[in-house]
Ligand binder design. Structure first.
Ligand SMILES: Cc1ncc(COP(=O)(O)O)c(C=O)c1O
Length: 453
């Protein structure tokens, strides 16, 4: 599958074994330069929601680039960026109407932290600056975003550079951090937020951030129905903003516009990226509530200063508008909600493999957790967490299916999972093909594990 190449100036993910070269993409498929076909079963890292090779996006991009590609946001606004903000506000819950653009998810979560701080600065509460987050979470790789991320593997090399943001445990029902079980647990993991706020002091905390369904760090960990209602109430009780990190879940990935809608909870801010442009342009952003907007606008200067050179350019606006309109025109979110139960049911047939411990998630954001013992839920005990997930993803790639592996799923140290998250355009028979490749792959890896190879 992977070939050694002597001469490349590109710093590769795996410097010892370089990935194949992609030639083109079409729908759910990618083709490499050797003509091999892959099903993109994870939409890259849950990005390519509308599928590959959509001509309309390229055409719109070219037309806008010829007109005007770039303006700085303090000099000009533009029609595409205004239209995109309106489309996003229309998709967002009531009361979240203002959108700020960035170019990635990491920039988005950091921007949300800065907005939260500016909000409290304007209200004269200048010490409210800390962000509480959860373990088993991922909010990005830049230092501020990594400080929020409860992802040990990605944090451990940078610990001294990170901000001292407090963390609570994840709502990880399959390996309950409270050593209890739902519903008898009374959602103790959600109530940890209250305890942490009281210990740290609400006067220091500006916001709590969480992914509605935990993506890369948790293999689609999905909290119980009451969880976010409790979180929302605690945030309100202590005057702390609630930020939903919808970088993975946003724009239809879970079958609704935004993931938090499954819990009927409205956050104060929504961070988005990935699916907003479906990979056709680097685009992310933050949607803020009218409450926050009014405080910022009526504040000392009425200026929102933090931003990036590429925040809200006409190109970003154009691609975002085309992608969202394409999704609406082809009813792609409805396709996710219609086929998600089918996909879940097919994945559940994989329980026949004793190493499949849990299948979970919402919409097309599904996860499979692998265990050494199905009954006791005991994880694999290789020194390197995520090793088995890595073996499965590698074998699956060889077999023509791309999935997204991760580790540390149990307690940051142990655990293996993969995310299965196809583009929204997938059809039923393509789901069957995808699951049959997974079935074969898991069988092959389980066999190799048995043999100790
Ligand atoms: C929930 C979540 N937040 C933030 C990020 C960071 O986004 P980016 O890689 O675009 O910086 C990711 C990336 O996987 C993510 O899944």
């Amino acid at each position: 599958m992977q070939k050694e190449r002597e001469e490349s100036n590109f710093l590769h993910y795996n410097m010892k074994s370089i990935a194949p070269t992609v030639e083109r993409g079409e729908g759910i498929y990618l083709y490499d330069t050797n003509g091999k076909r892959y099903i993109d079963g994870s939409s890259g890292p849950l990005v390519c929601n509308i599928g590959h090779g959509v001509k309309e996006i390229g055409e719109a991009y070219a037309a806008q680039a010829e007109k005007v590609a770039y303006v700085f946001r303090s000099h000009f606004t533009s029609k595409p960026v205004e239209k995109l903000a309106t489309l996003i506000a229309e998709m967002a819950p009531d009361g979240l109407d203002k959108v700020f653009f960035v170019s990635s998810g990491s920039e988005g979560t950091e921007m949300a932290a800065k907005i939260a701080h500016q909000y409290y600065l304007e209200l004269g509460q200048e010490r409210k600056e800390l962000i509480i987050s959860r373990w088993l979470s991922y909010h990005g790789i830049t230092m501020g975003a990594l400080s929020m991320s409860g992802h040990l593997a990605r944090r451990k090399n940078f610990v001294n550079s990170l901000l001292p943001y407090p963390k609570i445990c994840a709502p990880n029902c399959y390996h309950c951090p409270e050593k209890s079980a739902y519903p008898g647990c009374n959602l103790a993991c959600a109530h940890r937020l209250r305890e942490t706020i009281q210990m740290v002091g609400q006067e220091y905390i500006s916001a709590f951030i969480a992914e509605p369904v935990v993506g890369a760090a948790g293999g689609a960990i999905t909290p119980p129905p009451e969880y976010y209602q409790i979180i929302r109430e605690i945030c309100d009780e202590f005057d702390i903003l609630f930020i939903a990190d919808e970088v993975m879940t946003g724009f239809g990935r879970t079958g609704l516009n935004f993931g938090m809608e499954h819990w009927n909870v409205t956050p104060d801010m929504i961070v988005f990226a990935k699916g907003a442009s479906a990979g056709y342009y680097p685009l992310g952003g933050v949607i803020i509530s009218d409450k926050i907007f009014k405080v910022l606008r009526d504040g000392k200067k009425g200026i929102f200063a933090p931003g990036h050179t590429f925040s809200g350019t006409p190109m970003a606006g154009t691609v975002g508008v085309e992608v969202l309109e394409y999704m609406h025109r082809h009813d792609l979110i409805a396709n996710v909600s219609q086929l998600s139960t089918y996909l879940m049911d097919q994945l559940k047939t994989l329980y026949k493999h004793p190493i499949v411990g849990d299948v979970r998630g919402k919409g097309f954001l599904l996860g499979i957790e692998f265990v050494k013992n199905q009954e006791s839920r005991q994880p694999f005990d290789f020194e390197e967490s995520g090793k088995v997930a890595g073996m499965i993803a590698k074998k699956s790639f060889e077999n023509g299916l791309i999935i997204y592996p991760g580790g540390g799923t149990v307690d940051e140290h142990r655990g293996d999972h993969v995310l299965v998250a196809p583009p929204f355009v997938i059809k039923k028979d393509e789901i069957d093909t995808m699951v049959s490749i997974l079935d074969q792959t898991i069988g092959e890896v389980a066999e190799n594990l048995k043999k100790g190879s």
